[in-house]
Ligand binder design. Structure first.
Ligand code: PMP
Length: 453
């Protein structure tokens, strides 16, 4: 392989080396603090993927506010990563910070409801259109519990995922197509099961394959993002969601829509904007403004079926729930987020600036005649170093240009902007300004220019 994304490997290497050097030179304090890794942590970091950022060492944060991160060397970054969605509404949105301060005086966890829950049940139902909800702590857990319900009520063993999906570290979703064959996702640590026995996998946008996979009527649930966001960004074809709903209904299979990323679309997510009609709905990450929390909701019909199942089943542990789930800090932060942060006005701002970002990136790509493209879902924008649009996870996998992307990421950091690691995702928050968007566009144009030269 001599090139990635239309750029020669030698040029990519040269950029990466120069940018790594500049990153280091600007951060003596961070480098000294980080050393060869932070003592006491396996791999030198408290979470292993902090080592996967393309910078020579992780950015050592002093504080973050709105859409800005300040590192301990005093360098300010315009933050378009926003905790990979956890801070999609900005770092410490003021209403959420106030709610956290208030709740800090009232107890942080007690396994009991409080008056915020009286409001929250109504807010969730009105906002997302499903009538019955539960609260968990991560989107991973919400997906796990929702899938358990799906299996319980249908009595079916299997689930179906789209190739290239990510729904959190839900073991049973970790199946991929490799050379057209379903296999355990490469790289899983300690997985001892053949996950393909209970998980079917087809390509996104492939309606005939979906129909065939559901025909055996042994699939309890299809779990899907409205847009495949974890494989670059793959938009649904016109009619895909209608077909997905029609075929799942026909097969007696439930449909779980995971809105954790596509909540970038609007206050009610992609589901409300495009009138999807899921049986199960999951949202995590930003739903409490950065406080760990997730929600999962059931349609009226599914809730009724699950109640009947519950009544009939043997008494005992359901396999659902974690101790810190549905705690009052989550209630307070989630209420503030839904009432005061996830507003139409904030989303208007996010979408307007995301369009400006999209246009700016597209113009830079065209100006430098690079074979790249840009995709957007509401406030979420991604540049992809390959021709587009992509139609499925297989194409997205082939579109990845890891060395090129890493070099670009470090070059952007050196120009004052942070985007999500591992892929090229940028989020616009209510706190993001037009100036910040323009800085990103300028930085991207400069980097693209140096690669195309
Ligand atoms: N669903 C989707 C669509 C995600 O992208 C992710 C995480 N990237 C998750 C669920 C899991 O979220 P968490 O890691 O917070 O459990």
């Amino acid at each position: 392989e001599q090139s990635q994304g239309g750029v020669g490997l030698a040029r990519i290497r040269k950029l990466r080396t120069a940018e790594a050097k500049a990153f280091r030179a600007a951060r003596p304090k961070s480098e000294a603090a980080f050393g060869k890794g932070i003592a006491g942590f396996f791999g030198g970091v408290p979470m292993h993927w902090m080592n996967d950022w393309p910078t020579p060492f992780p950015i050592m944060v002093e504080r973050a506010r709105g859409a800005t991160i300040l590192d301990i060397d005093g360098i300010r970054l315009d933050d378009f990563c926003l905790g990979d969605t956890g801070s999609m509404f900005g770092h410490s949105p003021p209403p959420v910070a106030r709610a956290i301060r208030r709740q800090a005086d009232r107890g942080l966890t007690y396994m009991l409801p409080d008056e915020d829950t009286l409001v929250l049940g109504r807010l969730l139902s009105e906002r997302f259109g499903l009538p019955e909800w539960q609260i968990a702590t991560t989107a991973t857990d919400a997906n796990r519990f929702a899938l358990r319900v799906a299996r319980a009520v249908t009595g079916r063993p299997k689930i179906l995922v789209f190739n290239g999906c990510y729904h959190g570290s839900v073991d049973e979703t970790m199946v991929r197509l490799v050379d057209g064959k379903p296999v355990n996702r490469p790289g899983l640590a300690g997985e001892f099961r053949d996950l393909t026995r209970a998980t079917q996998v087809v390509e996104f946008n492939d309606i005939p394959a979906l129909e065939k996979a559901l025909a055996g009527k042994d699939v309890a649930c299809v779990i899907a993002e409205p847009v495949l966001t974890n494989s670059c960004m793959v938009l649904p074809d016109a009619g895909f969601h209608d077909a997905l709903r029609r075929l799942t209904r026909k097969a007696g299979t439930l449909l779980l829509i995971d809105e954790t990323h596509t909540i970038s679309t609007g206050p009610g997510g992609y589901t409300r904007r495009y009138g999807l009609d899921p049986d199960l709905f999951v949202l995590g990450k930003p739903v409490a403004g950065g406080v760990p929390a997730s929600v999962w909701g059931m349609s009226a019909d599914l809730a009724r079926r699950f109640r009947a199942y519950h009544k009939a089943k043997e008494p005992g542990y359901s396999g659902m729930g974690t101790t810190l789930s549905a705690n009052p800090l989550q209630f307070a932060a989630m209420r503030a987020t839904l009432e005061e942060v996830m507003t139409e006005a904030n989303y208007d701002h996010m979408e307007r600036l995301a369009k400006r970002l999209e246009a700016g990136l597209c113009a830079a790509i065209a100006r430098h005649r690079l074979p790249w493209h840009v995709a957007r879902v509401g406030a979420r924008v991604e540049f992809i170093c390959a021709e587009g649009p992509l139609r499925n996870g297989g194409e997205a996998e082939a579109a990845h240009a890891p060395a090129l992307e890493a070099a670009i990421h470090v070059a952007l950091v050196n120009r004052g902007v942070l985007i999500a690691p591992f892929h090229n995702m940028m989020l616009v928050s209510p706190a993001t300004t037009a100036r910040q968007v323009d800085c990103l566009v300028r930085a991207f144009g400069e980097v693209a220019g140096s690669l195309a030269a």
